[in-house]
Write a protein that binds this ligand. Structure first.
Ligand SMILES: CC(C)(COP(=O)(O)OP(=O)(O)OC[C@H]1O[C@@H](n2cnc3c(N)ncnc32)[C@H](O)[C@@H]1OP(=O)(O)O)[C@@H](O)C(=O)NCCC(=O)NCCS
Length: 166
């Protein structure tokens, strides 16, 4: 993600009922050096632009990764894009020997909670004042994932039998 992406990003962000991010929040994240990525669909013709499908913002620390934002364009939901992003996050975090990935999600955001649980994230704590709403802190422990990968001969999609890409 770069500053030139932000008009499109904020357009999708505005469609997400659970969203709280402004263009300034994205710009601040880029300035702070957080990891921010856009997933685009390559245009079939040269005169068309590559459509923005999803984006995410991650804050790395020495041994943890915090997922600050993950959003999929409403027209592309339930097609496995968020799971693909979570899967890439696992790979990146493991390649840097990180211990865990965590995030906060509003208790009212059932689609997201279902997604994280399906992916193996566990509830860790309940926070009562997250943008004036209750939120769950959920975490994925990567040592467990690493063990599964070793045991399953490096086939990451098989860690959680519930994980399925559409
Ligand atoms: C949450 C979000 C990122 C999911 O993206 P997605 O690309 O649609 O998700 P995927 O297709 O990769 O994964 C599908 C899984 O997510 C969960 N899920 C997605 N939409 C759901 C819905 N409407 N109701 C219940 N579960 C849902 C389910 O676990 C589903 O698996 P299933 O089909 O086996 O039940 C997307 O809905 C979104 O962008 N929401 C707005 C922004 C947001 O809330 N971000 C999370 C903030 S913490």
């Amino acid at each position: 993600m770069a500053v030139r992406d932000l008009d499109e990003v904020i357009e999708i962000e505005g469609c997400a009922a659970e969203s709280t991010w402004t263009k300034g929040n994205f710009a601040d994240s880029l300035n702070a050096g957080y990891w921010a990525y856009c997933l685009r669909r390559l245009a079939e013709d040269d005169d068309q632009s590559d459509e923005l499908i999803a984006y995410c913002v991650l804050m790395p620390t020495i041994d943890e990764l915090e997922l600050l934002n993950i959003t999929v364009h409403p027209s592309y939901r339930n097609k496995g894009y968020a799971q693909k992003i979570l899967s890439i996050m696992d790979d990146v975090a493991l390649s840097r020997s990180m211990q865990s990935i965590f995030l906060e999600v509003r208790v009212s955001n059932q689609p997201a909670i279902s997604l994280y649980k399906k992916f193996g994230y566990e509830e860790f704590a309940l926070r009562k004042d997250y943008y004036q709403k209750k939120a769950l802190l959920v975490v994925e422990f990567l040592t467990e994932l690493l063990l599964h990968r070793v045991m399953e001969n490096n086939q990451p999609q098989q860690k959680h039998s519930k994980r399925k890409m559409k």
